[in-house]
Design a protein around this ligand. Structure first.
Ligand code: NDP
Ligand code: MG
Length: 385
């Protein structure tokens, strides 16, 4: 029986994690759940899973009588860290959004817990520190992001053989076939309509701009200790091949499956074992074709920024990420056009000084500096709608 804490239990990943935990209640005990403000949803989860701790960053007006005394309730801005410190979990699934998860990842590792990582922004911003802390904790970071889970799965059984190349697949998002001008003026509704996956709003916008793949290149760099030039991105619109690994002899290993996050979530929870997810199986005979395309960096400039950030090194990836969080928020609040997301990120990267050999505090400082600069740029006439 493994004890699991879920940071971000009410979100897309969090609810699917609870779904597979319920299916295997003989294997997983959900010991703590945390959300931001979705109190009603969290109350339902408390009724269904009876965790020892339930927490929200925003304190609700009241806790329903029937669950008031069934668990310890925690509230406040620092609730992620408070729960990590207070809970008895073996495993912490970090599925909050944005760099907000970084401190919780570090704290979990410090307390010797295994981290199941859906939240990619902590690795983007603080990859070096996170991977060092995982090494010190003596646990592998268990990737939940489908591409990284695919690579992790492909590497099982590789023994001492190091991969020569990682091939991250990308669906191409809703604007794969659109021209540059159309993409520039895309609306929120269009950007939020992902062809293959149903996810939270931030990652859905990131997928449309391909900034999600940019973040994933940086994530892969740290998770698998691979230099950027050995990480390729390949457009694969059907989302059947979730990513691939190429070895020295030219052999390519791929992980395939229907687009269902429950598989990578449960694999991280049960690794190295495989358990039933309840998801649909692939039907190869019904599949017409698997197709591939080169990504277009001109229409999707965000992707190129990942490679640029890795080349610069230091806290440049944290700056990219902080600026992107501000840009996505600005787009979702109708403050900038879709095509300006990458522009804002790039201008912020040019303006904010990079710190090398950064401590965790310095990573947060770079993140804050990027956010402040992006906000400042947003006020200039170039970013007026
Ligand atoms: P959602 O927006 O659906 O869910 C986010 C969850 O985190 C919610 O439970 C939310 O609570 C909670 N939350 C957000 N901020 C905080 C905070 N500061 N403190 C405490 N709780 C917080 O996001 P997703 O599930 O889509 O994504 C989560 C992470 O996983 C992201 O980093 C994303 O990039 C990554 N990921 C997601 C995939 C997917 O399929 N969805 C695939 C691969 C990676 P509330 O409901 O109260 O707001
Ligand atoms: Mg992914």
């Amino acid at each position: 029986m493994r004890k699991l804490a879920i940071l971000g239990s009410t979100g897309s990943i969090g609810t699917q994690a609870l779904d597979v935990a319920a299916r295997h209640s003989d294997r997983f005990e959900v010991t703590a759940i945390v959300a931001h403000s979705s109190a009603e949803k969290l109350f339902e989860q408390v009724r269904a899973f009876r965790p020892k701790i339930a927490a929200l960053t925003i304190e609700p007006a009241a806790i329903p009588e029937d669950i008031k005394n069934t668990c310890q309730w925690m509230f406040g801005e620092n609730v992620l860290l408070d729960v990590v410190r207070a809970c008895d979990a073996d495993d912490v699934l970090v599925s909050v959004v944005g760099v907000a998860g970084l401190a919780a990842v570090m704290e979990s590792l410090k307390h010797g817990k295994r981290v199941l990582l859906a939240n990619k922004e902590p690795l983007v911003a603080g990859g070096e520190l996170v991977t060092q802390a995982a090494k010190a904790a003596g646990h592998p970071l268990l990737p939940v992001d489908s591409e990284h889970s695919a690579i992790f799965q492909c590497l099982q059984g590789a023994g001492p053989n190091r991969p020569e190349r990682l091939i991250l697949t990308a669906s191409g998002g809703p604007f794969r076939t659109w021209d540059k001008k159309e993409i520039y003026g895309a609306t929120k509704e269009q950007a939020l309509r992902h062809p293959n996956w149903s996810m939270g709003r931030k990652i859905t916008i990131d997928s449309a701009s391909m900034m999600n793949k940019a973040l994933e290149v940086i994530e892969a760099r740290w998770l698998f200790d691979m230099p950027a030039e050995k990480i390729d991105v390949l457009i694969h619109p059907q989302s059947v091949i979730h990513s691939m690994v190429e070895f020295e002899d030219g052999a390519v290993m791929a992980q395939l499956g229907t687009p269902d996050m429950r598989l990578p979530i449960l694999y991280a929870m049960s690794w190295p074992e495989r358990l039933v997810t309840g998801g649909a199986r692939l039907d190869f005979a019904a599949m017409k074709a698997l197709t591939f395309e080169q990504p277009d960096l001109d229409r999707f400039p965000g992707l190129g920024l990942a490679y640029a950030a890795l080349q610069v090194g230091g806290t440049m990836s944290a700056i990219l990420n902080g600026a992107n969080e501000i840009a996505v928020d600005a787009f979702l609040h109708d403050r900038i056009r879709f095509g300006q997301i990458a522009q804002l990120v790039e201008e912020t990267m040019q303006a904010v000084p990079v710190v090398y050999g950064a401590t965790l505090e310095q990573v947060f400082e770079s993140d804050l500096a990027a956010r402040a600069k992006a906000q400042e740029l947003l006020k200039t006439s170039r970013f007026a709608i």
